[in-house]
Ligand binder design. Sequence first.
Ligand SMILES: Cc1cc2nc3c(=O)[nH]c(=O)nc-3n(C[C@H](O)[C@H](O)[C@H](O)COP(=O)(O)OP(=O)(O)OC[C@H]3O[C@@H](n4cnc5c(N)ncnc54)[C@H](O)[C@@H]3O)c2cc1C
Length: 324
Amino acid sequence: MNLEKLKTILGERVKKNEPMAHHTTFKIGGPADLFCDAKTTEELVRFILSARKLDVPAFILGGGSNILVGDGGIRGLVVKNSTEKIVIAGVKGAYKSGVQAGTVFVQADSGVEMNKLVRFTIEEGLAGLEAQLGLPGTVGGAMYMNSKWTHPVGYVGDCVYQATIITVKNEVKVVSQSYFNFGYDQSSLQTNGDIVLSVVFRLKQGNKKELWNVANQSMVYRHETQPQGIKSPGCTFRNVSKADALRVPTPNQTTSAGYLVDHAGLKGLSHGDAQISPVHANFIINRAKANASDVVYLIEQARKKVKEQFGVTLTEEIVRVGEF
Ligand SMILES: Cc1cc2nc3c(=O)[nH]c(=O)nc-3n(C[C@H](O)[C@H](O)[C@H](O)COP(=O)(O)OP(=O)(O)OC[C@H]3O[C@@H](n4cnc5c(N)ncnc54)[C@H](O)[C@@H]3O)c2cc1C
């Protein structure tokens, strides 16, 4: 690999052998060969293209809140996306009976933290993303997983109008919402290798006070149901299909993967410093200095026991990256 050449081209901002544990909410992960931080979209594109020109693999890191990095680390270049611009890109619509009732288009760089974007939109009196308050990570990471909130159900992809991407063929294109094939925990980004540079969200004008109420209710529910102040990448497994929930059957046909892990008797199970959370069985937590291998052991145990007991195959929501 042309790592030394790439390091020379990218200059002083590049770090060598950077521990990924410093950049994930799990606080787990071996070193990235090379690591740099992109502060603008122009830099993001330049770093990606420079790596590609030299055949060095480049991984785009958002908030690191949905990944498990292997103990062997990541080969090639990791680009931390710290782009941060948010602008109102346009307005459509009119005043109805003295009340604003239009559509507002907000453009955010893909490195913008979702929480910053949600707060911005609420403060501007714009409805659509308010229930996502508390979602860790960046706009790009939320696009990749079509991140969601369940009370009430709403996906980040629902509000997407269009986005600017760079493809694996190095084309920079503007594409519309349908391009992403959004579904539950699903987007085309998971298979085609596109990188999102910025996103335009389509939002409705709303009442700021009511929007804060919804956002605060989300936060209350989050605090009541999820473990707090822990090192974790959120939910380990995707929820199961309605068909599986009916077949098991689960109470009220819940599709919760956490319910199955819990009822397979695994809540609180630990291996090394990794533990299936005693609060929420779909969270694995790093109690101190867990390795990726400890986490993989718990994932395999959960998958095996749930399959034995319920005949359901769990699939991971967290994204495994690098060498294990
Ligand atoms: C405490 C906690 C609570 C959580 N709650 C929720 C929740 O309520 N709902 C939910 O859906 N998730 C939740 N998550 C999971 C996680 O926060 C989301 O999946 C989040 O959207 C990930 O964003 P990120 O920027 O951290 O992505 P990262 O973890 O950095 O990356 C995840 C994947 O996205 C890719 N990616 C990142 N940026 C881009 C880009 N610009 N273009 C293309 N690909 C990109 C990465 O390459 C990687 O493959 C939670 C996690 C934690 C730790």
